[in-house]
Design a protein around this ligand. Structure first.
Ligand code: TXA
Ligand code: MG
Length: 320
């Protein structure tokens, strides 16, 4: 029997009994549990096979709940929250002492956001506690953007996926931390750097070399299909090189025409970066199911959401 359901009261009952529910957000589906239940949080790590050094994001229903989670909000964090919440932006701030160490991996900071999805906002509003939720995929693999993706990963491990349709934004939230009162990007994501800079001025990106394992979403290999996946400048040249194999192609705007292609997905015929972001993970899931020898993909324009998509493609294509 399917574990996918639209029943919010059932989700509430499961969460109240310290078990897990996968929830829809505008970015990707999350694997959610009660922030204050040690049992639920342990289950999240076990279910995902996620290392305990990798902290979780706390999801709250409204900005009024923020002082329960964090002890200090720099002015620029306030500006960003006002500009982007509810939405795909996560702030890393000093934690309140009530936030358990298992959530933050022992750090004195906590990651928090208000997701922008009507179903999950309603759920959060009806619960007495916030939800800790990492992306609902096994550690390292492709994040889920539909209830069906989650079901195929975890149907034997969790009781319910709360169905909220396809995620409209399609890649994870942008994560911003602070050095003193100065914001720094820890993870590129669905809120573009340009839109963040329009609120707080020029901002630095600290990549994995500087902050790992603070944000293992920045680890080299992550978001990865199990099929060998390569990122190239010129798809047709790469096809020639691999023409004896079963080839899948993930193209940005123009389909490749070549007899050697077994399966192909185009992300946006109109060159729309938001459309490409929203389709990216589903495309990788589909390609990964085709029994291919290799998936060939190309870099997108390196601005706006293109930068975030390129970051994910890079990590999907790092060879072990
Ligand atoms: O869009 C999203 O952010 C989704 C949805 C479900 O909200 N969640 C998500 O969670 O992507 P997850 O666990 O896959 O990624 C959370 C990232 C991790 O890379 C983690 O290391 C980082 O947030 N993080 C959490 N707490 C942190 C902290 N205190 N300092 C630095 N990084 C932190
Ligand atoms: Mg993740």
């Amino acid at each position: 029997m399917s574990i996918i359901s639209k029943d919010i009261s059932k989700a509430i009952a499961i969460l109240n009994s310290e078990e897990l529910v996968a929830i829809p957000t505008e970015t990707v589906y999350g694997l959610a549990g009660n922030v204050f239940s040690e049992k639920a949080i342990k289950r999240i790590f076990e279910t995902k096979k996620r290392p305990f050094f990798n902290p979780l994001i706390v999801h709250i229903p409204s900005i009024e709940a923020l002082p329960n989670i964090v002890s200090y909000v720099p002015d620029k964090a306030k500006l960003l929250a006002d500009a982007f919440w509810p939405g795909p932006l996560t702030l890393v701030l000093p934690k309140q002492s009530t936030i358990p160490d298992v959530i933050t991996a022992g750090k004195d900071t906590v990651a928090v956001r208000i997701p922008n999805h009507p179903v999950t906002l309603e759920l959060l509003n009806q619960l007495d506690f916030p939800l800790a939720a990492p992306s609902a995929n096994p550690f390292g693999s492709i994040s889920p953007t539909t209830a069906q993706h989650v079901e195929s990963y975890f149907k034997d491990d969790i009781k319910m996926v709360l169905d909220g349709g396809s995620c409209l934004r399609g890649i994870e939230s942008t994560i911003i931390g602070f050095e003193g009162d100065q914001p720094i990007i820890f993870r590129l994501g669905s809120t573009s750097i340009e839109s963040i800079e329009s609120i707080v001025g020029p901002i630095q990106i600290k990549n994995k070399k500087d902050i790992a394992p603070n944000a293992p979403g920045m680890l080299d290999r992550h978001y990865a299909p199990s099929t060998q996946t390569i990122l190239v400048e010129n798809i047709s040249k790469a096809i020639e090189k691999h023409s004896n194999k079963r080839i899948g192609v993930l193209a940005f705007q123009y389909p490749e025409k070549h007899d050697a292609i077994t399966f192909q997905i185009v992300l946006s015929e109109t060159k729309d970066l938001q459309e490409a972001a929203s389709k990216l993970y589903d495309a990788l899931h589909q390609l990964d199911k085709q029994d291919l020898d290799v998936i060939i993909t190309e870099r997108l324009p390196d601005f706006g959401l293109g930068k975030s998509i390129n970051d994910r493609l890079q990590r999907a294509t790092v060879q072990l």
